[in-house]
Design a protein around this ligand. Sequence first.
Ligand code: FUB
Length: 327
Amino acid sequence: MTKIVKPNEPIVEHIYTADPSAHVFEGKLYIYPSHDLEHDEPSNDNGDQYKMEDYHVLSIENFNSPCVDHGEVLHVRDVPWASRQMWAPDCAYKNNQYYLYFPARDHDGIFRIGVATSTSPSGPFKPEENYIPGSYSIDPAVFVDDDGKAYIYFGGLWGGQLEKWQTGTFVADAEGPAATNPALGPIVAELNDDMLTFKDKPQEISIIDENGNPLLAGDEDRRFFEAAWIHKYNGDYYLSYSTGSTHFIVYAVGKSPTGPFVYKGKILEPVMGWTNHHSIVQFEDKWYLFYHDSSLSGGVDHKRSVKFTELTHNEDGTIQTIDPYPN
Ligand code: FUB
């Protein structure tokens, strides 16, 4: 019998899934996850264990229904510019089309961000010939604002190569900033109406503390690492992201989609497995956090499963911190 989805449990168990980007399209929840491959190779800080080759789309009609796997919607073999590692994707709707944004290494081993299109939220998706010109690093997240303008957020440290782009070109042996210097922020670019190209040169987002000072690279509990996501609540823009080495999902709030954003607090405590990656979505009158952990595989970093739970904004706009293992 097909299982009804339940909070804090894997939404599917027949494949490993991670990095869920959840959206409401056509009245249903659609989830665009990474599809973790089963293998027994060791983990390293470069993320070589994340060898994903394709994407599946998942959907949930409501929270009394099972999760549907719409099958493979894009494979790396069909993407002319990509060679390997189809990491965390996202999807956006505009111009009566669905746009799947995904990072992968190009044929020189450099992470770039590509787009594939479909007339259906469940795919299949047809990739563009080349990656988005001027794109780099990983973890694209696309936010379409109420005025119709679309913004793409991206970037991730270490295996995600963000620190290698500090000069504007790829420097293979570049390290991140010293601990006492400002941390690297995620990158944002407004998209053109075609949703396939950047309108302007991507710019780094500033994340500051309550005194207006930039978060420092050594502030590992709060500084950006990867997995940027934007949601809008009561007119404010909430940038949430993973702190990587300290494994939190945290958030910062701003008055504009491009920042600056003021650090506010934690959304999710560490989960089982090294990575923490999420999305936040309103469905009907409630807000939900989609996230992943490695509990189904007994803690294997690269064999993860997507889960969800309810998320609560307090009256003052702050978000209640979620314990992923409440019982
Ligand atoms: O799934 C591969 C990578 O792991 C993602 O791109 C990161 O955000 C982390 O979850």
